[in-house]
Write a protein that binds this ligand. Structure first.
Ligand SMILES: Cc1ncc(COP(=O)(O)O)c(C=O)c1O
Length: 438
């Protein structure tokens, strides 16, 4: 019997008590619950790397603006579904300042987090054209977005981009688009879970194919400008956040308050639709709603039906944060750089102890240190590694749930506390000793 920091039997029982047949397929929330349960039973502190919660204080600028708005009585008023004019204006400025693209305030729409942005976008996209009823995921990806499609009863297809970076992406994407059933393509950049960042040559491929096959690109910028390899923090100056918006007009950008501004609790983000797409009519929408355009249906039909707008006070917060960022008064990236420093230290510990990075480069450049990274261990499947690490008080999610075909886990840096590096080092040394690589 191997000597492990937590009794193996205790972990096995904790897993069994959740009635999970295949740990590799457990959801983030299930892994979190198992870790919390095992921690309580064993008294051993877990190093929790499963959940992508910001874990930093919220932006003070946002909090102050929200308090002021509440003191001014806005809580009693329904917000406009299309959004607070001030926020729409600041979102338009923000995409100009940090992506260098032009989107009018009208086409920038607040949502209750990017989760709602993707839900509403999936709905409109799958309703535009009867023949195009499927969403394509460039995976690995954020598991909840597939869950959204399952909830809606809509179809999706997916592939793991691992072997299709650079020029290879073209033919792979085209093999799906040729069939004529794809309405939209979705990906995050930087990517959750792997932290790979698609480069401009890849975004151009995506944009060109979007034009050729008339599909809509849903670009999830939940980790806006958090590729810390280049400093994108100066407004109106390059380098900018790379975007498919430079290559096509068929796009929706989803910008979240949750990670870059540590504002996850208030459920706020903005969905920025290209002006051309916003004003475009589609036969499927006309048939279903009797008229309207992509943007007006998004706002006046879908958001109206879902939540009838976004929390009023949170919109004031987001407007103030974006405004301060555009004015160069608030370097939001400085506040979140700490994730990159944590990733560097954590990766170092894992790599020293037999682990390898699964998604490790962007067309030859090592991936950035950021919010997430992916690890594997020779000879272990995702499920085996996940379980084995639990015996050492380390929790992370399996790549299986993210649409990846690779063996390994996603580790999130957001919950790591300073005293845990030494703890992890000690535990991983023992792990390495107990699991000799053949
Ligand atoms: C890729 C991706 N998209 C969207 C979200 C959700 O963002 P929000 O909190 O704005 O709903 C997350 C959160 O983890 C994410 O990782």
């Amino acid at each position: 019997m191997k000597n492990t920091p937590i009794d193996r039997k205790l972990i096995d029982e904790a897993i069994n008590s959740f009635q999970i047949n295949d740990l590799a397929k457990a959801t983030i929330r299930e892994v979190k619950a198992i870790a919390a349960h095992a921690e309580q039973l064993s008294g051993v502190e877990f190093i929790k790397m499963e959940m992508g919660v910001p874990g930093l204080p919220p932006s003070e600028i946002g909090v102050q603006a929200e308090i002021e708005a509440l003191n001014n009585g806005i809580a009693s008023l329904y917000p406009e579904i299309s959004g607070l004019p001030e926020l729409k204006k600041e979102a338009s400025n923000f995409v100009k300042a940090f992506i260098n693209i032009d989107i009018s305030p009208e086409s920038c729409i607040p949502v209750t987090g990017s989760m709602q942005g993707s839900y509403a976008s999936f709905m409109v996209c799958t309703q535009c054209d009867d023949k195009k009823d499927t969403i394509l995921f460039i995976d690995p990806g954020f598991p909840v977005q597939k869950q959204q499609l399952i909830v809606m009863g809509e179809k999706y297809e997916t592939f793991d981009v691992y072997n299709y970076r650079g020029k290879k992406l073209h033919d792979k994407l085209e093999s799906f688009l040729k069939k004529g059933n794809i309405s939209a393509i979705v990906y995050s950049n930087p990517n959750n879970p792997s932290w790979i960042c698609l480069k401009d040559e890849e975004l151009k491929i995506i944009g060109d194919l979007a034009n050729q096959y008339d599909v809509i690109i849903l670009e999830d910028l939940a980790y806006f400008a958090m590729d810390f390899r280049s400093d994108m923090s100066t407004p109106y100056q390059p380098p900018y956040q790379p975007s498919v918006a430079n290559y096509t007009d068929n796009y929706v950008l989803m910008i979240s308050g949750s990670k870059a501004f540590s504002y996850a609790g208030q459920r706020i983000g903005v969905t920025c639709i290209s002006d051309k797409l916003y004003h475009r009519a589609y036969p499927g929408l006309t048939k279903r709603y009797g008229g309207g355009t992509f943007g007006s249906i998004f706002v006046q039909r879908i958001l109206y039906a879902l939540t009838s707008g976004t929390s009023h006070s949170a919109q004031y917060a987001m407007a103030a944060m974006l405004k301060a960022a555009c004015a160069g008064k608030y370097n939001f990236l400085n506040d979140v750089k700490v994730y990159g420093e944590r990733a560097r230290k954590l990766k170092d510990i894992f790599l020293k102890n037999g682990f390898y990075l699964v998604y490790d480069n962007d067309l030859g450049d090592p991936v950035a240190d950021g919010f997430y990274f992916t690890i594997g261990y020779p000879g272990m499947t995702s499920g085996e590694l996940m379980k084995e690490l639990m015996y050492y008080g380390v929790s992370a999610i399996s790549l299986v749930t993210t649409g990846s075909n690779q063996k390994g886990l996603r580790a999130c840096t957001s919950f790591i506390k300073d005293h845990q590096y030494a703890q992890l080092e000690e535990r991983m040394k023992l792990f390495y000793k107990n699991n000799p690589i053949k």
